[in-house]
Design a protein around this ligand. Structure first.
Ligand code: AHZ
Length: 257
């Protein structure tokens, strides 16, 4: 186990893409990207032990997951069953969605999930124009992090990457991590902050806003709402899948340049 794990750590220390956060948006991005480009090395960093972020319980803790169309096309691609309700579709349990998605992601040979590992800082580098470019992430073991107060010196790990795709969710005790750190270090201009709940406006805004917001940093999911000041989503997940897909397409553009 240790040999395999540390071989992976070594292999992914130089990744093409690092995805931060394995919630519904991050995993949707990983699936799209990993499938489209089997030649890219993709590391997913998830601070929690379990994947899935806020999506295991579905809408308002009531199991089922509602996704507005055209997110059903993503479900078709995954081979997931759903009930068609006209403008939207319903997956009978959110856990069915996220476990299926995660199993497809983990089956991809070019993707490695490092869970129980938190991103604690961004790596930066100046590009040829002297502009700050996000060049990877700094990680540390979650248990090591918990001991910062009683250990005097701990060195973190680093993962270099051409692009960091951040899907750490909205702000709270954790979340919106890469935007917040990006603003602190002057790489991201501002964080507008998520507005109140307006499902209809939020869905389109979160998909549209999934983009490269600073050189080398692409955002997806509710982290987009924090960046662009769009509305809170509420318990509907179509935009999480589709913003993950859109963010993956934005990453592909960086490699096509
Ligand atoms: O553990 C977090 C979660 O799994 C992880 N994460 C956060 N900070 C991290 C860090 N390093 C590594 N520094 C980190 N991992 O990121 C994941 C975010 O998943 P999420 O489900 O919270 O976000 P999402 O944007 O994929 O989905 C949001 C779902 C929501 S919230 C909402 C509302 O409040 O209105 N509506 C929807 C649909």
């Amino acid at each position: 186990m240790t040999k395999r794990y540390f071989a992976d750590l070594d292999k992914y220390a130089e990744s093409d893409v690092v995805i931060v956060g394995a919630g519904s948006a991050g995993l949707s991005a990983a699936y799209t990207l990993g499938k489209a480009r089997p030649d890219l090395k993709i590391a997913i960093i998830e601070s929690n032990v379990a994947v899935g972020g806020g999506c295991f319980l579905g809408g308002q803790l009531f199991s089922a997951m509602v996704l507005r169309k055209p997110a059903h096309l993503f479900l078709n691609d995954l081979g997931l069953e759903y009930e068609d309700e006209g403008d939207y579709v319903v997956v009978k349990h959110a856990a069915y969605f996220i476990t299926t998605l995660c199993s497809k992601v983990l089956a991809l040979p070019n993707v490695k999930l490092f869970n129980a590992t938190a991103v604690e800082d961004l790596l930066t580098r100046k590009d040829e124009n002297g502009q700050i470019r996000i060049a990877g992430v700094v990680t540390n073991w979650t248990l090591v992090t918990m001991h910062h107060h009683d250990q005097s010196c701990m060195d973190p790990n680093t993962i270099n990457a051409n692009v960091v795709l951040s899907a750490t969710g909205h702000d709270g005790p954790f979340g919106a991590f890469c935007i917040k750190r990006g603003v602190e270090i002057g790489a991201v201009k501002k964080m507008d902050g998520m507005r109140g709940l307006d499902m209809n406006k939020a869905e389109d805004a979160v998909v549209k806003g999934a983009s490269e917001i600073a050189p080398g940093l692409v955002v997806a999911g509710m982290e987009v709402a924090e960046h662009s000041g769009s509305n809170r989503m509420g318990p509907t997940f179509g935009a999480m899948a589709l913003s993950g897909v859109k963010a993956a397409e934005e990453v592909l553009k960086v490699f096509d340049e």
